[in-house]
Design a protein around this ligand. Sequence first.
Ligand SMILES: Nc1ncnc2c1ncn2[C@@H]1O[C@@H]2COP(=O)(O)O[C@H]2[C@H]1O
Length: 227
Amino acid sequence: MFEVVAREEFNDGDLIFEEDAAGDKIYQVETGAVTVTKKVYGEDIVVEVIRKGEIFGEMSYIAKIPRTATARALGATVVNVLDPGAIRDEFSGLSQGMRQIFRSLVMRLKKATDTSSGVHFLRKEPRVKKMFSLSFLAGDAIRESYSHDASCGGLFIKTDRPLDIGREFELSLWLPNHPKPLKIKSKVMWNRPKTDDPIEMPVGMGVQFTSISRDDYEKLQVALPEC
Ligand SMILES: Nc1ncnc2c1ncn2[C@@H]1O[C@@H]2COP(=O)(O)O[C@H]2[C@H]1O
């Protein structure tokens, strides 16, 4: 098994990490247990209980996505953080095909979990694959790119050089048949930078809208009837 690089202790109900947060630590439960929950209409739905000796937190690492669920301690709990360097070495030692198989499994489990917990149907602002032209300021330079998917609450921007998590910026979003771009204040919630690992997932950043005018929001709703 992998070496333990840190031990974290939690009381009953303590948050270990939250759904949609950035993070790629992989844990093993030493004592106690961990609930895995999904938020549906503000309520936590338990999808699994992880027990002593079991691993969690592997899905975001493997698929390079944000945390797929929330993890909380169930009773007094100690979790071990497994050596990220050793995990990276072993994972990158796999063939590209094998890594792709792992990623497919993770994405299918995520989809199955979302469907069974109702997230898919109840999500307020579903993401749909949609390519919009956009631009934003990074340092002194204007970067031009396009979205991979979008909702009325945020989108995923394809870019080889994503901004840091937490960075706030103004997004110019071009909707089809509109002469001017929407101007939306946005925040980077997570990112997937370019690596040597030839992943089959889009490289870029997940962005949440923090401020949008009513006028622009209405235009967005017309362009995204799924919202
Ligand atoms: N359906 C599921 N069954 C069991 N564990 C899950 C399930 N969905 C998510 N998890 C675990 O919860 C974790 C949430 O963070 P990750 O996405 O990194 O990794 C996830 C898995 O370890």
